[in-house]
Design a protein around this ligand. Structure first.
Ligand SMILES: Nc1nc2c(ncn2[C@@H]2O[C@H](COP(=O)(O)OP(=O)(O)OP(=O)(O)O)[C@@H](O)[C@H]2O)c(=O)[nH]1
Length: 580
């Protein structure tokens, strides 16, 4: 297990969004999405409802205005018709003062009449309100011509003869009239004259405006009056623009103003109603009502704006609530995470929060406590096992090293004398030769080999027995080891024969001196039971021409042979031919 605590700052968890942020985002986003959807849905439904309702209002307004106007016009028409059959007119004379009184009374009752008068059959005005046009001829006027035959209602027109006699309208518009006229006939049907009335156009437009105001107190709906040819009679501004050649009216495909239509780039909800007339004098007017679509649907837009505001507020409140909730959830989780980090860093059981705040968190806390306890216990067991294992490994290693050393000893040492055995000597000789060969002839140092053989050893065996012979060999080995340097290698070459490797010599003389030293030491020592023992020594130096150790051994062996042949207890040097 690692000793250093887990590096939490490098954990990928640090790059993830926090639970708090995610919860707030999801809940806030959800609230906004739901309220936006509800807003859009309600907006659609409300738009449809309001559209239908406003269309109905526009339609009703047109119908009301048309009905009211038709009724009012018919009433004025009847008024004049009744006047034409009034006894004081029929009985005449038409220029009597009481006729004028009757006209004045009518005009006082109906202030929409700008002028009321009676004309003789030839067109001369006999009586008139305010005495206006009295004595003047109206013989060429349309209303007079028509009313000689029948009751007449005439289309709107600008005042001609009366224009200069009547006060100008406050808004500066020219004085306009619609004419009502009826023939005055005697009982036998003879035409006695014509009664005529000019009703102010502003009375007509006032009636229409009154209806639009009443029907739509909030404003926004306006009404147009079109004549039978589709020309604008009212309002004045549109009439003037049309007169100037502007294209002020849309041309609906159905021929009727209904639904959404475009007036000069702006979309309106529209409707129209025909003025119904029960008399022959039908004017053929149409009342067109319209309301800008944008204005008609404004309440929906307002509602949608309020819903969006409400949605944003609800999203903000929910986000805040989610933030608080997430904090409530994430704080104990963060505490548990810190506890887990402490367990890892300090390797001891920390205090867990007593009340994590929720059942699931309490379970998590319990599970973490149990896990931490079990982890720490396992870790302790592991540490103990580790310590035991390390001690065992150390012991085993020591035993192994000892066994290896013993093996090494067995492999390289002669069991009788404890000196290097033949195999070990061969390895040392090969090493020494490799070293000499590496430096070649420039090398000042050279190694030598001494071969020693006990003189007449057979006799010792024969005379004292084999165990005594062994003891002699052991003592000789001891003596040999004591006579050479620590860097020299003494080995049992075989039987009663020994070898000594002398490395790093300056020349053959040093080898001869070392051999002589050994020989002399053996000669002077008394061997147990046996007494005096001598050795013969063959000496040779390694040559760079030697391919392996064999020639060196052979030369030393040859020298030993010569030492034996020369009488034993002697040292003989034999060098390689190049050196010799
Ligand atoms: N006790 C004992 N004797 C050994 C051992 N190895 C060899 N020998 C004896 O050593 C004797 C060697 O005899 P030889 O080779 O004839 O030579 P020598 O008697 O020493 O005579 P020279 O070498 O000619 O002086 C033999 O009798 C071997 O049996 C050993 O490990 N222990």
């Amino acid at each position: 297990m690692p000793d250093t605590p887990h590096d939490v700052t490098a954990s990928p968890a640090r790059h993830l969004p926090s639970l708090r942020g995610q919860l707030s985002l999801v809940l806030g986003g959800l609230a906004l999405a739901i309220l936006t959807l509800v807003g859009v849905y309600l907006g659609r439904v409300a738009t449809q409802e309001l559209y239908t309702a406003q269309q109905a209002v526009v339609r009703t307004t047109a119908q009301f205005a048309a009905d009211l106007l038709a009724t009012e016009l018919r009433d004025r028409e009847r008024e004049i018709e009744l006047l034409s059959v009034a006894p004081h007119l029929v009985d005449g004379p038409l220029d009597a003062p009481r006729v004028r009184d009757a006209l004045e009374r009518r005009a006082a009752l109906h202030d929409e009449f700008g002028w009321l008068g009676v004309a003789a059959p030839d067109g001369t005005v006999l009586q008139a309100t305010g005495g206006l046009l009295a004595g003047r001829s109206v013989a060429q006027r349309e209303w007079f011509i028509a009313a000689r035959e029948r009751v007449y209602v005439g289309d709107v027109h600008e005042a001609k003869l009366l224009a200069s006699m009547l006060p100008v309208a406050p808004n500066g518009e020219p004085t306009r009239f619609i004419d009502f006229a009826a023939p005055i006939r005697a009982a036998d049907g003879k035409l006695l004259g014509v009664v005529g009335a000019h009703a102010h156009w502003r009375w007509v437009t006032g009636l229409v405006e009154g209806v639009t105001r009443r029907q739509n107190p909030g404003g926004g709906i306006d009404a147009l009056i079109l004549d039978r040819d589709g020309r604008v009679l009212y309002p004045e501004a549109l009439k003037a623009a049309q007169a100037d050649g502007a294209n002020v009216l849309p041309r609906p495909a159905s021929g009727r103003f209904d639904g959404e239509l475009d007036f000069g780039g702006q979309t309106y909800l529209t409707s129209e109603a025909q003025l119904q007339s029960s008399t022959d004098a039908a004017l053929g007017w149409r009342i067109v009502t319209r309301q800008p679509l944008e204005q008609a649907l404004r309440p929906v837009r307002d509602l949608q704006r309020e819903l969006v505001l409400l949605g944003i507020m609800a999203a903000a409140v929910l986000t805040l609530a989610a933030l608080l909730l997430a904090r409530r959830i994430s704080r104990p989780v963060e505490e548990l995470a810190q506890i887990a980090e402490r367990v890892e860093a300090e390797r001891r059981m920390p205090d867990f929060p007593p009340d994590p705040g929720a059942m699931e968190l309490a379970r998590l806390s319990d599970a973490m406590r149990a896990m931490a306890g079990s982890l720490l216990a396992t870790e302790q067991e592991l540490q103990q096992a580790n310590a035991t294992l390390e001690a065992q490994v150390q012991q085993r290693t020591a035993e192994l090293q000892a066994a290896n050393a013993a093996l090494e000893h067995l492999a390289t040492r002669d069991p009788l004398t404890g000196l290097h055995n033949r195999r070990s000597l061969d390895a040392r000789l090969a090493e020494a030769q490799a070293l000499d060969r590496r430096y070649g002839r420039q090398r000042a140092r050279v190694h030598a080999l001494l071969l020693l053989d006990v003189d007449h050893f057979k006799r010792i065996n024969d005379q004292f027995g084999h165990p005594t012979g062994d003891a002699v060999l052991r003592q000789l080995a001891h003596l040999l080891q004591a006579s050479i340097r620590a860097t020299d290698v003494a080995a049992r070459f075989g039987g009663e024969e020994f070898a000594v490797l002398l490395p790093e010599l300056a020349g053959p003389q040093e080898a001869v001196i070392a051999a002589e030293k050994i020989r002399a030491a053996v000669e002077t020592v008394s061997f147990a039971q046996v007494g005096r023992v001598t050795v013969s020594v063959g000496v040779s130096l390694a040559s760079v021409d030697d391919l392996d150790a064999r020639p060196l051994i052979d030369r030393a062996d040859g020298a030993l042979y010569e030492a034996k042949r020369g009488g034993r207890n002697a040292v003989v040097l034999k060098l390689a031919p190049t050196l010799g």
